[in-house]
Design a protein around this ligand. Structure first.
Ligand SMILES: NC(=O)c1ccc[n+]([C@@H]2O[C@H](COP(=O)([O-])OP(=O)(O)OC[C@H]3O[C@@H](n4cnc5c(N)ncnc54)[C@H](OP(=O)(O)O)[C@@H]3O)[C@@H](O)[C@H]2O)c1
Length: 317
């Protein structure tokens, strides 16, 4: 049975991918800093994400290594949190590179889940892998260094893909439940000007595109993982309100967002940055999105949660 190793696979995206690959008949090994009980098809291995150790054996003969390690950026960018954000991405990536480098039979492919936040605030045109412009500031710097550590790793026997993910929409984590709470409290109007773009991808499409990258040797280098359409923030909020059947939503001005995000311990940039990402390379391969529009994506995600089926059924692909 083919083996997929997911470092940081205990989080939102990792769990979606793990369940997806189990349904596809693969064996999944998750590297986590915590102890977990195994589940059908999923074996948890404890590592400290700091030092090489016996966990490295799991990489031998793996079909793929997927790295999703990273402290959540949903926090205030204090000096200490910034350090943690850098360290939780750069060090595990470096360590995995060292481990892959000494494997006898290294993973065939290493997909590093990175972020489309690397692109600049874009209101004028979409950012793709070739014509997109890299931005500036703390979160962009994290992304740049993260990719550099990844591509610097000396792993000649392993194909490498840096997957610049847009905001992943899923029913069991990420930002969707946060926006949903705002909408249910009547605060689901536009945020800031409402004209900032919102790039996103449905979790199922993310899993499908990762699977494609695992299976096809042509995939190498940087890829954007986002749906082909990036609505404006006001369209996103309106679509979500309609889906949740909440007829109105109070808008939030930029100063309200500055104040509100400070009060709840996060950063306004997460809401106000215009993220306009185009998955040009993916589309060129002929990849078709199961959920190309926001409306279809939200309809599917809320249909699933309304039917309150078990989590594994929620990831029927
Ligand atoms: N969610 C999105 O929309 C999105 C979009 C673009 C990029 N990304 C990136 O994709 C990655 C996964 O996102 P997610 O939403 O699944 O996040 P998540 O739910 O917070 O999971 C992240 C995982 O990273 C591991 N981790 C955290 N700090 C670590 C550290 N210092 N050393 C090693 N591992 C550490 C944790 O594993 P253990 O605690 O089990 O060790 C955790 O399960 C992150 O790097 C994130 O920045 C996410």
């Amino acid at each position: 049975m083919k083996k997929i190793v997911i470092a940081g696979g205990n989080g939102f995206i990792g769990q979606a991918l793990a369940r997806y690959f189990v349904l596809q008949g693969r064996r999944v090994v998750i590297l986590s800093r915590k102890h977990h009980l195994d589940e059908p098809g999923i074996h948890y291995v404890k590592w400290d994400a700091k030092e090489l150790g016996s966990w490295m054996n799991e990489l031998e003969n793996a079909e793929a290594l997927i790295n999703l390690c990273g402290k959540s950026v949903n926090c205030r960018y204090t000096h200490k949190n910034k350090e943690r954000i850098y360290d939780s991405r750069l060090h595990p990536t470096y360590l995995l590179g060292e481990a892959v480098g000494v494997c006898h039979r290294p993973p065939k492919v290493w997909i590093n889940g990175v972020s489309a936040t690397i692109y600049r605030h874009a209101e004028d045109r979409p950012m793709d892998e070739t014509g997109g412009e890299i931005g500036a500031g703390f979160s962009v710097d994290v992304c740049k260094k993260w990719e550099q550590v990844f591509f610097d790793a000396d792993t000649p026997g392993t194909r490498k893909v840096a997957l610049r993910m847009a905001i992943v929409l899923g029913s069991h984590g990420g930002v969707l439940p946060v926006f949903e709470r705002l909408v249910r409290f009547g605060l689901g109007g536009k945020q800031g000007s409402g004209w900032q773009r919102f790039s996103w991808i449905h979790e199922t499409d993310l899993c499908r595109c990762v699977e494609l990258m695992v299976e096809h040797q042509d995939f190498e280098g940087v890829y954007n993982a986002s749906a082909p359409q990036s609505p404006y923030n006001h369209q996103f909020m309106e679509t979500l309100r309609n889906r949740l059947k909440i007829p109105f939503g109070l808008p939030a001005t930029p100063w309200m967002i500055q104040l509100g995000t400070r009060l709840i311990g996060t950063e306004a940039e997460l809401v106000l940055k215009s993220r306009w990402v185009q998955p040009t390379r993916l589309l060129k391969t002929g990849f078709t999105f199961k959920y190309p529009t926001l409306d279809e994506a939200l309809m599917e995600l809320y249909r699933k949660s309304e039917s309150s089926e078990s989590r594994i059924l929620n990831l029927e692909f």
